[in-house]
Design a protein around this ligand. Structure first.
Ligand SMILES: NC(=O)c1ccc[n+]([C@@H]2O[C@H](COP(=O)([O-])OP(=O)(O)OC[C@H]3O[C@@H](n4cnc5c(N)ncnc54)[C@H](OP(=O)(O)O)[C@@H]3O)[C@@H](O)[C@H]2O)c1
Length: 394
């Protein structure tokens, strides 16, 4: 018979409360919640809490730490300490995990602890479990998906309810999906963190943030929306990674999709992931990408795995390299500053100017060209949209 595993929960916000409720509703045999740790002493709580996270993990005996806090530095310190002590860490902090994955995995290997993080990628969709178990016996050629609920909410409101992007953001904030500072959602960096975690699980390579060509929807305006609608398309923020032999190539880009595309049906804060597999063909997972219930259940499920002493499988594949050279993407670039037209080198480009105000270029461009001039594009508040999923390798 297994011994009781003692658990400390750090963070009692959206995710922490969701987990607490899930555990109350479905207790796990062999699991005992010993303490809940938070930060702010002035908040009213409906349960007993501790306050100093680091001191608590240093002074309490525990087997499992659940870390669901919004401070990446503290989250990393806690996860590191726990793994060095050979404990189990369950984390929801995608930003922290994507940044420190190599070191955390190394500590897990060296000291025999366990790191689980289902809630960090696509909220309630069990995408890591499925990738780790079911897809491990197939060759996955590519993955693409909608990994950020806030931007998907904004885009579906914009295209399906005909509300402008700024108004849709306000609605998302009022509904509690978007944070008061939603920049990491809007600029694509939240989706990029999740893509980095997914790529590691699929192919064993940890991409650096700068390896992933990333543009967001923060500068999307009504001209971009109108023009997209005129083409009978919608926009979604698509995170995509493609494996070619020993190489992986990854992007996060606003992307035109056809109105009958499966991803067009993924509405509001929902997420979706599409895998292209050798034997299974195309598999799509869709579900709630964020929120108290789904993320709480994802943590509950990781804890259940920990209660069975389960861990992620060792990867069968360890790709070493990333090569963006020679990859080209078809884009629409709406800009103001003339320097953009003269600086960006397209393979074939067509420039259009409407009423002297609305200027855009359409054509095929090398990914490295967009990377190199990202700052210029950002300063101009230009919008970059991929005009399809396909990435050409020349
Ligand atoms: N919300 C989602 O749907 C979602 C989905 C997937 C992943 N995540 C990730 O999960 C993590 C938590 O997100 P959330 O939405 O639950 O955040 P949240 O609602 O803002 O709650 C954050 C919690 O962390 C606690 N906290 C912050 N710093 C702390 C510290 N130094 N010591 C102890 N507790 C501390 C806060 O304490 P106080 O209560 O005292 O303020 C609060 O209870 C983040 O990394 C987020 O990116 C969130």
């Amino acid at each position: 018979m297994s011994t009781i595993k003692k658990v400390i929960l750090i963070g009692y916000g959206t995710v922490g409360q969701g987990f607490y409720k899930a555990l109350k509703a479905s207790p796990i045999e062999g699991i005992e919640l010993k303490a809940v740790v938070v930060k702010n002493k002035d908040k009213e709580r409906d349960i007993a809490v501790q306050y100093d996270a680091i001191a608590t993990v240093e002074s309490f005996y525990y087997d499992v730490i659940i870390e669901a806090i919004d401070d990446s530095e503290v989250a990393f310190t806690i996860a590191r300490k726990a793994l060095i002590n050979g404990k189990t860490v369950i984390s929801a902090s995608k930003k922290m995990l994507a940044k420190h994955l190599i070191e955390l995995k190394e500590l897990e290997r060296t000291y025999g602890g366990t790191l689980l993080y289902e809630a960090a990628v696509a909220g309630g969709i069990p995408v890591l479990q499925i990738t780790d178990n079911y897809l491990a016996n197939d060759t996955v050629h590519s993955v693409r998906g909608i990994l950020n609920g806030t931007t998907n909410y904004i885009l579906t409101q914009t295209f399906q309810k005909k509300i402008n992007p700024t108004e849709a953001l306000k609605q998302a904030q009022n509904a509690g999906f978007a944070e008061s500072n939603p920049l990491n959602d809007l600029n694509g960096s939240d989706a990029r963190s999740k893509l980095i975690l997914l790529v590691e699980k699929l192919w064993g390579i940890v991409l650096k943030e700068e390896d992933v060509l990333t543009f967001g929807i923060e500068h999307l305006n009504s001209d971009d929306v109108q023009y997209t609608q005129d083409q009978y398309k919608e926009i979604r923020l698509i995170a995509q990674a493609i494996r070619e032999g020993d190489e992986v190539f990854a992007t996060v880009l606003p992307t035109w999709i056809n109105l009958n595309d499966n991803l067009s049906a993924v509405r509001a804060e929902h997420n979706a992931i599409v895998f292209e597999c050798e034997y299974l063909g195309e598999i799509q997972l869709t579900g709630p990408g964020a929120g108290r219930g789904p993320t709480g259940k994802a943590i509950w499920n990781d804890l259940w795995q920990a209660s069975q002493s389960n861990r992620y499988n060792q990867l069968r594949l360890h790709l070493q390299s990333l090569n963006t050279k020679g990859h080209k993407v078809a884009v629409y670039v709406r800009y103001s500053n003339e320097a953009i037209r003269s600086t960006l080198t397209f393979d074939k480009a067509k420039e259009t100017i409407v009423n002297g105000e609305f200027k855009y270029l359409k054509g095929l461009i090398d990914v490295s060209e967009l990377q190199k001039h990202k700052e210029l594009l950002q300063l101009d508040k230009a919008t970059v949209i991929a005009t399809g999923y396909s990435l050409e390798h020349h």
